[in-house]
Design a protein around this ligand. Structure first.
Ligand code: NAD
Length: 358
């Protein structure tokens, strides 16, 4: 079985964590007889430095042709003052839009060995196992008009929050289907008391929900959800929400697990899917071999699950990560209760070793 993967390491720790994820990917491809072809291509700041743009057309084309894309992270202070069109983050938005990746899945599980790693008390995070289903190609990040201009002599910044019913329908369907494989509760998060787009969101999600009578649908305002994630996170099964709310709430949810370095993601659409850790390029620790690669490695598990339909390989990775943590190994971001603090490379090796014996 041939699988063509495009690897986009990106910037900062992106290159370090995807290097470790690649080790596991290559090992499991061999074990399960995938004929793996990996093309490493530039994206974000690395692409700006090499080619003057954050995403080359050829790179986008290769992603479209691939069976899956694995991305590290983009961005960093070096490019912060670039004009909007040539900022690294532009590449991410373009990849999501052009590949039609409207369905962003962010699983958040508190693993037993990490019960004490979260800033929240262990009894608060006990049993947390939730999935954020974030709409990824609409809303405030894409709506037009957008930009900074001078209006009535005043500099003015404008972003547009726009959702059509079909955009809401397809992500709602994805959430209800996901809930059917889980504990059958969807909490749809919006700001329907203020925003027109949220009123349409709530109406549309309720209509779709009627087709899934076996799934309980709850509506929650985003400010309440931000609070409930800290107060009683175990109440959530699937959190369905729009683009910006999902961006913010999933970083908050990451801290339930102890570190943003633990959270993988899958971005799905109708074509090639993309897998990436939820975290950014972490310029403060880039190049120091201290980034936690587990989110990137867990993203490879999601690739096996969603793009290759290979549940066993996905389970192997997840079991290996759990074992490494049970053995007391941590990266610096979770070092408080570590038996031993590992570098990025050492953590990758530890997961590989445990995968080999899974
Ligand atoms: P960040 O996620 O890069 O870092 C936030 C904090 O978490 C930092 O203290 C960092 O050291 C720590 N951290 C993140 N990942 C870690 C890991 N794997 N191991 C250990 N510690 C980790 O967010 P930021 O600082 O807000 O953004 C930095 C840059 O990344 C910006 O340019 C931003 O635009 C970009 N960014 C990119 C993506 C992406 O590529 N998907 C996502 C978010 C931010």
């Amino acid at each position: 079985m041939e699988k063509n993967i495009v690897l986009l390491p990106g910037d900062g720790i992106g290159a370090e964590v995807t290097r470790e994820a690649r080790k596991i990917l290559e090992y499991l491809a061999e074990r399960y007889h995938f004929d793996l072809k990996i093309r490493v291509l530039p994206v974000g700041g690395a692409s700006i430095d090499a080619h003057g743009v954050p995403l080359l057309d050829e790179v986008l084309h290769s992603c479209r042709q691939a069976d899956a894309v694995l991305l590290g992270a983009v961005g960093g202070p070096k490019w912060d003052n670039h004009p909007p069109e040539i900022r690294p983050e532009k590449a991410l938005l373009a990849l999501r839009k052009e590949l039609g990746l409207y369905n962003n899945l962010r699983p958040v599980r508190v693993l037993p060995p990490l019960r004490d790693a979260s800033p929240l008390r262990p009894e608060v995070i006990e049993g947390v196992d939730l999935l954020v289903v974030r709409e990824l190609t609409g809303g405030l990040y894409f709506g037009q008009p957008k930009g900074i201009s001078v209006e009535n002599g005043q500099e003015t910044g404008v972003d547009t929050l726009r959702y059509s019913a079909p955009e809401i329908e397809r992500i709602a369907i994805a959430a209800f289907r996901a809930a059917r494989q889980r504990r059958q509760i969807v909490t749809s998060v919006d700001k329907a008391n203020i925003l027109a787009s949220s009123q349409l969101w709530r109406k549309t999600v309720s209509r779709i929900g009627a087709d899934y009578p076996d799934v309980e649908l709850r509506h929650m305002l985003v400010d309440n959800c931000a609070m409930q994630l800290i107060r009683d996170p175990a109440q959530f099964d699937v959190i369905l929400t729009e683009n910006m709310f999902g961006d913010i709430l999933s970083d908050e949810a990451a801290m339930l697990t102890g570190s943003i370095g633990m959270l993988p993601s899958a971005s799905l659409g109708d074509g090639t899917a993309m897998y990436e850790p939820v975290h950014g390029s972490a310029p403060d620790i880039a190049g120091k071999d201290m980034a936690n690669p587990l989110a990137a490695i867990a993203s490879v598990a999601l690739m096996f699950r969603y793009s290759f339909g290979h549940e066993q390989a996905a389970a192997d990775i997840e079991a290996a990560i759990l074992r490494v943590l049970e053995q007391g190994y941590r990266c610096a971001d979770m070092s408080r209760q570590a038996r031993q603090v590992l570098s990025t490379r050492e953590m990758g090796d530890a997961v590989l070793k445990n995968t080999e014996t899974c």
